[in-house]
Design a protein around this ligand. Sequence first.
Ligand SMILES: [Zn+2]
Length: 258
Amino acid sequence: MTSVRRLYVLLVGYEILPKSVSTKDRGARFTMCEPICCYLLNTASGWILLDAGFDSIYVRDKDLAEKYFHSAGIYPPIVTPEDELAFQMQQIGVTYRDVTRVVLSHLHLDHAGHLKRFHHAQVFIQRKEHEHGFSAARPTSYFLEDYNSPDIDWHLCEGDWELVPGLRFLSTRGHTPGHQSAIVELPKSGTCVLPFDAGDLQENFDEEILPGECVDDEAALVSIRRLNKVVAETRGRLILFHDPVAIQRLRLAPAFYD
Ligand SMILES: [Zn+2]
């Protein structure tokens, strides 16, 4: 029996990227405007946030925008006032303090941005991802400032695991060393599969196309096939994090899946 009552999809910004960032060796000539999401779960044991979005301070502050984006030839993400995480949560009547648990798929800048606002919460992540995020080998897509605080209450996980009945996580490494994806069971909607960056677009799953950024191509392909299998076996709904077309057909907060 699931303990998850509602799944809210929060649209919290956009990224302007060459398509090849999402689809390896494909579409470099095309510029995409891809959504950034967070997911908020209402469960029998309280509010759980999946991923922490992108902190707009890096685009609102001109010096930070220069340092992190313009100087590297990268378009800064777009976060409208409506996209701000606090506003999105406010629409549902939830504050940062109401969230007692945060689970991160991985530590990229568009997934860990607001973590610094959840020092009161337990934060769950794969041990390998945590190690990589603090290692000298991490690429520039990891913003250490987002998660380098001694006040974060880290809980390190290994492999597949369950947080509460109806919310489990699968190790889907490949895009990063410790990427994980979520499987949510809802009372009416059934199984929702949340791949995060294991595959940004529907195309990644339809054609088994790897993410543009992979630390392990073979593992990334296993991850895509694993998630496709769960969708097929459960007749589940794939809820994509970065797909600009699929997002238009999702129920966005304050609407929800139950
Ligand atoms: Zn990523």
